[in-house]
Design a protein around this ligand. Structure first.
Ligand SMILES: Cc1cc2nc3c(=O)[nH]c(=O)nc-3n(C[C@H](O)[C@H](O)[C@H](O)COP(=O)(O)OP(=O)(O)OC[C@H]3O[C@@H](n4cnc5c(N)ncnc54)[C@H](O)[C@@H]3O)c2cc1C
Length: 434
């Protein structure tokens, strides 16, 4: 395979995009001795979808969104302004094709298959997080991103739902992911801030992934970008890639708005913009934006705010404690590339957070944000070579799991460049599956 031609020779590699995926890729490739340049249209790293996400590193929540019951649920929510899932149909063939493929995967089997693929990458990333943080600490440059190692607790409004989730968790046990079914009382013992939700009868039980963690993805991404710079990575910020120039089966240049950069190898990590950049070389990528919202609040350190990361399955929000801030994220809107922050959508995430944790009160100073998840219809990322193109690797389409799977994806790409056997089967994530 030409991508691994002369694997031991350091290569000149261009990474497109400095979100959490591009930055982890650049860091890993630089550690392995490659000369890496990153082109990023924003003025710094992690300023798009990786900026204010839900903060969860959640190997326990790797099931694709396409699942049984989702189409019916989406229909029921049609027309509701605060619906957690919203569809805005557009005259966009890419959206229709994406929705068709998503709909076809709304089965228990497809969802379980996707989860078992995703979990390997998430667990590899978890292992690499420990190693990366230890390496940075040993180098005297520790990375602080408000990390919490208190696990992630999913709570359910009914016993049936908690039991179903526990059965799915058992299935993932064989891949090395350990989770525990908790009673309602155990959920409250673990996270006392859930007491009032429990009293109102909203917590029937939970599933706890004790080894999962949470933190601030933006702080992580920008801190790791600094570490990558120390390893010699060059970042061209404020520079937009306009196209890839191809000669035969090779990308010869990456053309930006100010220059042409030549490279031995190009890694596509441009999030939701990746498909557009593939068009001019005749490639098609089934990645479509799914918009989500988050709200971040300052919280007092008096014990009233939660410290364990929580996923409220009934309200469809995730909550993470980031130092003296609390973040909730949710909403899924398949509506194209529009990044307008709609107040009612953002407010519904805040309302859900306040309903779950009433002790936060009404008098809060929220910071709202929205971002576009780069989603594939099957909920698994697209990693690896592009048929017919010898020196282009894809690292995109991570959807709801970009931070959770970033380090594992980066190492998979580095393994491909080095011609090593990857720890996770790359065929699971190949573009050929579409
Ligand atoms: C509300 C919400 C909550 C989420 N919660 C979680 C969570 O709890 N845990 C989790 O793991 N994941 C979560 N995610 C998903 C996660 O944030 C994404 O999967 C991840 O950020 C995607 O990273 P990326 O690097 O692919 O994309 P991005 O961060 O968007 O990076 C792509 C970069 O490419 C750049 N770019 C694009 N086009 C060009 C061009 N032509 N030239 C130069 N640069 C270009 C962009 O400017 C951007 O910086 C959440 C997402 C949302 C929206």
């Amino acid at each position: 395979m030409p991508v691994v031609e002369h694997p031991s020779v350091p290569k000149k590699i261009i990474v497109i995009g400095a979100g959490v995926i591009g930055v982890t890729t650049a860091y890993q490739l630089a550690r392995e001795g490659h000369r890496v340049q990153v082109v990023e249209q924003a003025d710094g790293p992690g300023l798009e979808t990786s900026f204010a996400n839900g903060g969860q590193l959640s190997a326990g929540e790797v099931a694709p969104w396409a699942g049984p019951g989702v189409p019916m649920q989406a229909l029921k929510w049609l027309g509701r302004a605060d619906a957690p899932l919203r569809l805005r149909l557009r005259l966009d063939p890419d959206q229709w094709v994406w929705l068709w493929r998503f709909w076809r995967r709304c089965t228990a089997k497809a969802q379980r298959d996707g989860a078992s693929r995703n979990v390997g990458l998430a667990l590899l990333s978890r292992e690499l997080m420990t190693k990366t943080l230890a390496d940075l600490e040993a180098d005297g440059t520790p990375l602080d991103f408000d990390r919490r190692e208190k696990g992630i607790l999913r709570i359910f409004a009914t016993d049936d739902e908690a039991d179903y989730a526990a059965r799915e968790a058992e299935h993932l046990e064989s891949y090395g992911l350990h989770q525990k079914r908790l009673s309602a009382a155990e959920c409250v013992a673990l996270e006392p801030a859930l007491a009032s939700a429990h009293q109102r009868g909203e917590v029937a039980g939970g599933v706890y992934s004790a080894d999962d963690t949470s933190g601030d993805a933006y702080k992580f991404t920008s801190g790791l970008a600094t570490a990558a710079e120390r390893l010699g990575v060059t970042f061209f910020y404020g520079e937009t890639v306009r196209g890839l120039e191809r000669l035969g089966s090779r990308i010869t240049h990456v053309r930006t708005d100010t220059r042409r950069l030549d490279a031995d190898l190009v890694v596509m990590a441009a999030g939701v913009m990746s498909p557009e950049l593939m068009v001019n070389i005749g490639g098609r990528l089934p990645v479509y934006p799914v918009k989500g919202y988050s709200v971040t609040l300052p919280v007092p350190d008096d014990g009233s705010a939660p410290t364990v990361s929580v996923t409220d399955e009934a309200r469809r929000i995730v909550v993470s404690r980031l130092g003296n801030r609390l973040r909730a994220a949710g909403q899924a809107e398949v509506a194209g590339y529009d990044l307008t922050l709609e107040q009612d959508r953002a407010q519904s995430v805040l309302t859900a957070l306040q309903a779950l944790f009433p002790a936060l009160g009404e008098d809060v100073e929220p910071e709202f944000w929205c971002g576009l998840r780069p989603m594939t219809p099957d909920g698994c990322p697209v990693l690896g070579p592009v048929p017919g193109c010898d020196n282009l690797l894809l690292n995109t389409g991570h959807g709801t799991l970009g931070w959770t799977q970033a380090l594992g994806s980066a190492v998979l790409i580095a393994d491909m460049v080095a011609g090593r056997d990857p720890k996770v089967d790359p065929a699971f994530f190949s573009i050929d599956r579409f």
